[in-house]
Design a binder for this molecule. Structure first.
Ligand SMILES: *Cc1c(COP(=O)(O)O)cnc(C)c1O
Length: 397
């Protein structure tokens, strides 16, 4: 059969066609009124997408670049920081904090699990300058309780900042950034925003801006105070990725359209969409007798354990060869043990039903055992039908 190349990876995710056209046709120089207008609109929309009154910044770098900026701007060498790690991305915080000379207190959760809030409380004291965590740990599919964590961190007053890598959390999880007191939240273009990799964004609290005036870690390109100053004039400090800004403008407009003109509502609709795709996928996988890897799964992706004795690389390969569908393997130590199907960003009902139909064939092929064709799809259909009827009842239709 003809095969269409499709990404089911939790970053990069499928591109929004309107964003692709916008970036292909954008040519304005960055120090012009045209670009300034676009730049200011993207920053304003970004605040709404993140759901914050704090300043948002957008920088040319991958998500890890903005993670680094949070460390270099908010800490000084010798500072004690608490890293909450439950997978590959949590471990990235450890590497970053150590690279900038922080003393890292590490609280780890087993892969596939999240933290006990009691353990976090026990590790906090006024000498902890910052807490670093993921909203969703993309290597395991787990969602962490940012509201609960923020509540504990905020009992420390202004001494301890809360930094959240929400690179796959934004657009898949309801996050009350200001209400909970998140000081630094990070997103990336290649995830929920449906545009190519190359841009990361953040929102920074007043508490965190004040911290930047006293920290002494080296920074130059990533000196966020410079970016803030330039942004106030409608510009970025250095040459911005102009075409990616055009793409972001189109993507944020698309999300606004999902909310019938209200960007915050559109973001919530995007989150609900990911939640429904995730619920359908979980039901489908379980109907095939597969085990879910995460015990508090988020909506960004579903991590599924490979059947006993089967390297998940075989599953990835079969998806690719039979259907040209790109599904993600496990990362680090989890490689070979699980596979990950994304729901973050531009996925719909047909994508979800399609990948589950393909999964039935892939499983039959790699296990050599009979599969009850339609069982994954049926389970997903039931989830979808239930959701639809609940929605109809709630609007009284
Ligand atoms: C994708 C991702 C990142 C950023 O990775 P980059 O390759 O640097 O863009 C960071 N954290 C999480 C949780 C992610 O999913």
């Amino acid at each position: 059969m003809l095969r269409k190349n499709r990404l089911f990876t939790p970053g990069p995710t499928p591109l929004l066609p309107a964003a692709q056209t916008a970036m292909a046709s954008f040519t304005a120089h960055h120090r012009t009124a045209d670009f300034r207008a676009l730049f200011q609109r993207v920053l304003a929309d970004m605040k709404e997408f993140i759901g914050t009154q704090n300043n948002a910044l957008v920088l040319a770098c991958s998500g890890t670049g903005m993670m680094e900026a949070s460390v270099s701007n908010l800490t000084s060498p010798g500072d004690t920081v608490l890293v909450l790690s439950a997978g590959n991305f949590g471990e990235r915080w450890v590497g970053l904090a150590k690279a900038f000379g922080c003393r890292v207190d590490l609280l780890s959760a087993t892969y596939g699990e999240t933290f006990s809030l009691e353990d976090i409380r026990a590790r906090l004291n006024p000498s902890v300058r910052a807490v670093f965590v993921q909203a969703t740990e993309s290597s395991t599919g787990v969602r962490h309780d940012i509201e609960g964590i923020a509540k504990i961190v905020r009992t420390q007053g202004d001494e301890t900042l809360l930094v959240v890598d929400a690179i796959t959390g934004l657009g898949t999880t309801h996050l009350n950034v200001d209400g909970w007191g998140v000081d630094f939240i990070i997103g990336g273009s290649q995830k929920a925003l449906m545009v190519p990799p190359g841009v990361a964004y953040c929102a920074v609290s007043e508490r965190a801006w004040r911290r930047m005036d006293t920290t002494t870690s080296p920074r130059f390109y990533f000196d966020l105070r410079k970016e803030r100053k330039a942004a106030a004039k409608g510009e970025s400090a250095y040459t911005p990725p102009t075409s990616l800004f055009a793409a972001l403008g189109a993507a944020l407009e698309f999300i606004r359209g999902m909310g019938n003109g209200d960007l915050a509502k559109g973001r919530d609709a995007l989150i609900d969409n990911a939640e429904l795709c995730a619920a359908m996928t979980r039901a489908g996988a379980e109907a095939l007798g597969l085990k879910l890897f995460a015990n508090s799964p988020g909506a960004a992706l579903t991590a599924i354990s490979s059947p006993e004795g089967i390297d998940s690389g075989k599953i990835i390969k079969e998806f690719r060869e039979s259907f040209d569908a790109v599904v993600a393997n496990g990362q680090g130590e989890m490689k070979g043990h699980l596979f990950r199907i994304a729901h973050i960003g531009y996925y719909d009902y047909l994508d979800t039903i399609g990948i589950l139909g393909a999964l039935e064939h892939v499983l039959a092929r790699v296990t050599g055992k009979a599969v009850d064709y339609g069982s994954a799809v049926r389970a997903a259909q039931e989830v979808y039908a239930r959701e639809l009827s609940e929605k109809r009842q709630s609007v009284g239709a």
